[in-house]
Design a protein around this ligand. Structure first.
Ligand code: PMP
Length: 382
């Protein structure tokens, strides 16, 4: 029998997806699971008609950069929201979700053996994507300050990955730290790849500054974002990447050989209903982030600890007092208490005494119950 490529053996599964698949299986068998493991918010969004979308164009491939109307709308969004100018003709590609956008960006910038600095907790796919591109992920333990990151830079460092607002910390990076990272990028001739998938999940008092704002000429910045989180439309698989025209051209070639274009019908739908959907989801986003604040107070009252943050709908909760590893903990929580969370180990070796709790898919009552079960299991296994 032929053997698959050796390097794929070294790739680990996405921990969050692995646990969510277990949830789907348990639910399929009729078990009522409290789902605190999903990486998305469930919003009420109406389904607008499809029959007035441009026929027959919707049946066919679209422009491989994405339809120009959507590129223009997204460019305007980045300009209006984050004061980042984007040329819709040359500086943006619409792709099938931001996961592939990030991957194609890695493919476009990494030579074999190049290093990418990834702060932990690290979203599950960054290190594996770097490995898939024959690069070397350099993981920085969660307790290390961003201001210390230069000590991880070597001659081989090609990029630093930023993810703010952060999954799973809920952190928005302070302006000075972001500025400092841009200084580092210039000093060492590296890219900053900013994954801004949660850019709208903020309290009113939090100010999010796009990484692109510090480098409007896009000399070293790559920004990825998507419709999945901010619009609650993860299943539509629409994301985008913004960079300078030269790099976008390199990514375009990869895009043309991997996916051609996202689903044309969804691109047209998105253009037509962009503002309607936004008007509907924005208040719901704010509700979620406010709910997060309430849950934080509740966890504080139980004496639970988690990494500091105010944005997104995640908590990275400490299970340090438990003797279980994060995988043992999450498995026990799921099988014995029917509460699903994601093991911290999926976010890096330094994170095995954390679990990720996501609070945007269940009612507050069920979420609080789930949190109480976490706290009880910590005590029971101390
Ligand atoms: N980045 C982060 C930090 C995420 O949490 C996710 C989804 N879990 C993605 C990127 C990818 O999202 P999508 O491909 O749906 O745009």
């Amino acid at each position: 029998m032929p053997k698959h490529a050796d390097y794929v053996d070294g790739i680990v599964r996405a921990m969050s997806i692995k646990y969510n698949n277990l949830v789907y299986e348990m639910k399929g068998q009729g078990t009522d699971v409290i789902v605190l493991s999903l990486g998305e918010a469930f919003f009420d969004i109406p389904l607008y008609p499809f029959d007035d979308l441009p026929y027959p164009d919707i049946y066919h491939y679209s422009h491989s950069r994405g339809i120009i109307e959507l590129r223009r709308r997204l460019a305007r969004y980045y300009a209006e929201q984050y004061e980042v100018p984007v040329d819709p003709d040359k500086e943006i590609i619409v792709t099938a979700g931001s996961k592939i956008a990030i991957h194609m960006a890695f493919m476009a910038i990494l030579n074999p053996g190049d290093e990418v600095i990834i702060p932990e907790p690290a979203w599950v796919s960054y290190p594996e994507q770097v490995r898939l591109c024959h690069g070397i992920p350099v993981l920085v333990p969660y307790y290390e300050s961003m201001m210390e990151i230069e000590k991880y830079v070597t001659k081989k460092t090609k990029a630093i990955v930023l993810n703010f607002p952060h999954n799973p910390r809920g952190l928005v990076l302070p302006k000075e730290e972001l500025e400092y990272l841009h200084t580092l990028a210039r000093r060492h001739n590296m890219y900053l790849l900013a994954d801004e998938a949660y850019s709208d999940f903020l309290l009113d008092e939090d100010k999010f500054i796009s990484s692109g704002w510090h480098d409007r000429a896009k000399e070293h910045s790559i920004v990825c974002n998507s419709m999945s989180k901010n619009y609650g439309m993860s299943g539509w698989r629409i994301g985008y990447v913004i960079a300078n025209s030269d790099l976008i051209f390199q990514i375009l070639k990869i895009n043309e050989h991997l996916i051609t274009c996202p689903a044309t019908i969804l691109e047209h739908y998105m253009v037509k209903h962009f503002d309607d959907v936004l008007a509907i989801t924005k208040p719901q986003i704010l509700d979620v982030v406010k709910k997060r604040k309430v849950l934080a107070t509740y966890m504080d009252s139980l004496g639970m600890t988690y990494l500091p943050g105010t944005a997104t709908f995640y908590f990275f909760v400490s299970i340090e007092k438990s003797r279980l590893t994060s995988e043992e903990f999450c498995t026990k929580l799921l099988t014995d208490h029917h509460v699903s969370t994601v093991p911290g180990l999926g976010y890096g070796q330094s994170c095995d005494h954390f679990i990720r709790v996501s609070m945007a898919t269940e009612s507050m009552e069920r979420t609080m119950y789930g949190v109480r079960m976490i706290n009880e299991l910590i005590s029971m296994t101390a």
